[in-house]
Design a protein around this ligand. Structure first.
Ligand code: NAD
Ligand code: TYD
Length: 349
């Protein structure tokens, strides 16, 4: 019987990780710790939240006293840490929130794990989920390796880089059994519609303009969220202690090409004449410090642990569009904030 703490489990990627762990490992007790910020939505887990091995804890990782108390009481065997402020644009307007949650929150969790495990680290693991954005921006060629020097440009990526350094420091200084992964852009069901793909699906559906930053020439490497969750499962169980693994989709898209593909799929599914929604494209002022290109070299994960993405982009993209079209209520709820009602109904406060 293992007790695993997953932080940020009500968010986009976290909810897929909680589902995978709670269903694949019925003998684990899964604790989902989430503050339920605007991005945390318990409806994401409504299919598994009655499972007897699933437990929800509402709380803030920035609150050290609360975190220490929780670890003292529950004595987790492992931590999968996803809770974060995750949107670059919000980090530009409000960087402090990113420093509190992403840096201070991570160090609070490291301290709490270190205190309860007290140098007897046998069978314990602290897994920190991070992003490829810590490596900075690439030119037209090359890809990020685990050895690429950190060069973050946004307050978001700087806060994630800082938290990665603290995780490594706790491994090197205190011997804490840590592991880190840095993943490329995820897409799929349950992503908050402030990120490119769900935002543009929602806007196309409602005939609203599509704000393309700059010239739309920035490149991202897109991975289906369930493939990321599978990689997290593998690294949590088999990754080498103290190690870092890059995770990527080997699937680079220039923003404008991805947007045109999305328009093609949606016009077809919405029964609009081909190309109708192209007129919604609106070029707007570029994001400050906008990284030109991200690309991941995931050779280490493939050769050491045998991981490969399983969902082809054409299939994953269609599935994603279908999910947002079929889950209109989910979209409306997260955009109106009324999913808070769901929380009150489920947990009574
Ligand atoms: P998200 O914004 O969808 O979810 C974040 C979750 O963390 C939410 O449920 C939120 O309520 C919770 N949270 C925020 N602040 C908290 C706090 N102080 N205490 C407790 N809970 C808090 O994020 P996501 O896109 O699912 O990303 C999850 C993790 O994966 C993050 O660490 C992010 O840096 C990393 N990551 C994301 C991507 C991506 O493409 N989305 C890619 C690589 C890595
Ligand atoms: P985003 O989904 O915010 O992820 P990230 O910035 O972490 O890569 O953005 C993906 C790309 O899309 C990025 O190059 C910025 C661009 N973008 C737009 O052009 N318009 C938008 O409204 C948004 C949200 C993003």
């Amino acid at each position: 019987m293992k007790k695993i703490l997953i932080t940020g489990g009500a968010g986009f990627i976290g909810s897929h990780v909680v589902r995978l762990f709670a269903t694949k490992y019925p003998d684990y007790q899964i604790y989902n710790l989430d503050k339920l910020t605007y991005a945390g939505n318990l409806e994401n887990l409504s299919d598994i939240d009655k499972n007897s091995n699933y437990h929800f804890v509402k709380g803030d990782i920035v609150d050290a006293e609360f975190i220490n108390q929780l670890f003292e009481t529950e004595r987790f065997d492992g931590v999968v840490h996803l809770a974060a402020e995750s949107h670059v644009d919000r980090s530009i307007t409000n960087p402090m929130e990113f420093i509190f949650t992403n840096v201070v929150g991570t160090v609070n969790l490291l301290n709490a794990a270190k205190n309860i495990w007290k140098d007897n680290y046998e069978g314990k693991r602290f897994y920190h989920i991070s992003t490829d954005e810590v490596y900075g921006a690439l030119g037209d060629t090359g890809s990020f390796k685990e050895t690429t020097p950190y060069s973050p440009h946004s307050p978001y990526s700087a806060s994630k880089a800082s938290s990665d350094h603290f995780v490594r420091a706790y491994h090197d200084t205190y011997g804490l059994p840590t592991v880190i992964s840095n993943c490329s852009n995820n897409y799929g069901p349950n992503q908050f519609p402030e990120k490119l793909i769900p935002l543009f699906i929602n806007n196309i559906k409602h005939n609203k303009s599509l704000p393309v930053y700059g010239k739309g020439i920035n490149v991202r490497d897109w991975l289906y969220v369930e493939d990321h969750a599978r990689a997290i499962d593998l690294i949590f169980h088999k990754g080498a202690t103290g190690s870092t693994y890059n995770i990527g989709g080997n699937n680079e898209w220039k923003n404008i090409d991805l947007i045109k593909k999305l328009i093609e799929i949606l016009d077809r599914k919405l029964g609009r004449p081909e190309g109708t929604s192209l007129q919604l494209i609106t070029y707007v002022t570029d994001r400050a410090g906008h990284d030109l290109r991200y690309a991941i070299d995931a050779t280490k994960l493939r050769t050491e642990l045998g991981w490969e993405p399983t969902i082809k982009f054409a299939e994953g993209f269609e599935k994603t569009v279908d999910w947002y079209l079929a889950n209109e209520k989910w979209l409306d709820n997260v955009t109106s904030g009324s999913y808070q009602d769901y929380y009150r109904k489920m947990y009574g406060e």
